[in-house]
Design a protein around this ligand. Structure first.
Ligand code: AMP
Length: 292
C-alpha cells in the first residue's frame, strides 16, 4: 500500500473513490482515523470501527510538531512507516495520508484553533499549548479529508472532549465517534510511548490500570464513598510503585471536565465522571482513565 504525501493527491484519490463507490445516487460515507503512527492494537480498533461503519476509510499518520512542548519527546517519538502501512493494508484502510511537516506547515502557521475551558485542566494544564496544536492540526486534517465520521480513542479522553467541543462550536460537518481503550492482557493501556519503558517500569506501570479497576471493589466494600476518598485511595495505590511520579490524579465531570465537590458521594456521579491519571516513570509520562 502506498502512502500519500501531498494534499492535492489525497483529495484527487478520495474524489475518485467517492465516485467509484457511489451506488444508485447514494454517496459513500468517509471514516477518518487521525494518528501519529507507530500503530498498535489501539489504533487498529479505531480502523476496524471505521471500516465497520463507513464505506471509505482514511488513515493519517503525522507526528504533529506544534502539539509538542519544547522539552517533550518530538525528536525521539517512535516511527515505523513501513510497518504502519502494512497494518493499514491488512485492515482494509483505503487511503493513508502521510504528509511531511512542510506539507502541513509550509510556513509557520499564523492561525491557531483554541478551545477554552475543557483545555485548562489535566493535560492542558501540564502541557501548555498542547491542545491548541491538536485542535489546529485536526481542523486542518478535517478540511483536507472532509470525513463524515472521525474515530478517536477514549485513551485520550480529554482530547475527545476538546474535539467534540470544537466540532460543535465551529460546525464541522463530522460526527465524532469515541472508541474504548484497548489494553494489554495485564491491563496496561496500549500506547506508542510504552516502548520507552524499561522492564521494571513496564511492570510498575500496572499501578495505573490496577487502581482504575479496583475502584469498584473499594466502592462496594465501602472503603471509599466520596470523591476525595477515592482520589486519596488511588494516590496511595500508585505510590506503592517506587518509580511512579504522579503528575495528576483527578476526578472530574465528563465531558465538561469541571471540578466535582470533593465531599459528594461517588454514586451521585456514576456515568458522568472521569477518573484521569497521568504518571511519570523516569522520563516517560503515561496517561490512563476510566469513566466512573
Ligand atoms: P496517537 O497516535 O497516540 O495520537 O493516537 C491516535 C488515536 O489512537 C487517538 O484517537 C488515540 O486516543 C487512539 N489510541 C491510542 N491508544 C489507544 C488505546 N490504547 N486504545 C484506544 N485508542 C487508542
Amino acid at each position: 500500500m502506498n502512502a500519500i504525501e501531498q494534499i492535492h493527491e489525497l483529495r484527487e484519490q478520495l474524489a475518485q473513490l467517492r465516485q467509484e463507490r457511489t451506488k444508485e445516487g447514494r454517496l459513500p460515507t468517509v471514516g477518518f482515523v487521525p494518528t501519529m503512527g507507530y500503530l498498535h492494537e489501539g489504533h487498529a480498533s479505531l480502523m476496524r470501527a471505521a471500516k465497520e461503519q463507513c464505506d471509505i476509510v482514511v488513515l493519517s499518520i503525522f507526528v504533529n510538531p506544534i502539539q509538542f512542548g519544547p522539552n517533550e519527546d518530538l525528536d525521539k517519538y517512535p516511527r515505523d512507516a513501513e510497518r504502519d502501512l502494512a497494518l493499514a493494508e491488512r485492515l482494509g484502510v483505503d487511503l493513508v495520508f502521510l504528509p511531511t511537516v512542510d506539507t502541513m506547515y509550509p510556513s509557520p502557521t499564523k492561525t491557531k484553533v483554541n478551545v477554552k475551558e475543557v483545555t485548562t485542566l489535566l493535560c492542558g494544564a501540564r502541557r501548555p499549548g498542547h491542545f491548541d496544536g491538536v485542535t489546529t492540526v485536526v481542523s486542518k486534517l478535517f478540511n483536507i479529508v472532509q470525513p463524515d465520521y472521525a474515530f478517536f480513542g477514549m485513551k485520550d479522553a480529554q482530547q475527545v472532549a476538546v474535539i467534540q467541543q470544537m466540532v460543535e462550536d465551529l460546525n464541522f460537518p463530522v460526527t465524532i465517534v469515541p472508541c474504548p481503550i484497548i489494553r494489554e492482557e495485564d491491563g496496561l493501556a496500549l500506547s506508542s510511548r510504552n516502548v520507552y519503558l524499561s522492564e521494571q517500569q513496564r511492570q510498575e506501570a500496572l499501578v495505573l490500570s490496577q487502581s482504575l479497576f479496583q475502584v469498584d471493589t473499594w466502592m462496594q466494600s465501602g472503603e471509599v464513598t466520596t470523591v476525595s476518598e477515592l482520589r486519596a485511595r488511588i494516590v496511595q495505590h500508585i505510590e506503592t510503585s517506587p518509580q511512579a511520579d504522579i503528575d495528576y490524579v483527578e476526578i472530574l465531570s465528563f465531558p465538561q471536565l469541571t471540578e466535582l465537590d470533593a465531599s459528594t458521594s461517588l454514586h451521585a456521579h456514576r456515568g458522568q465522571a472521569i477518573i484521569a491519571l497521568a504518571v511519570r516513570f523516569g522520563t516517560t509520562r503515561l496517561i490512563d482513565n476510566r469513566i466512573l
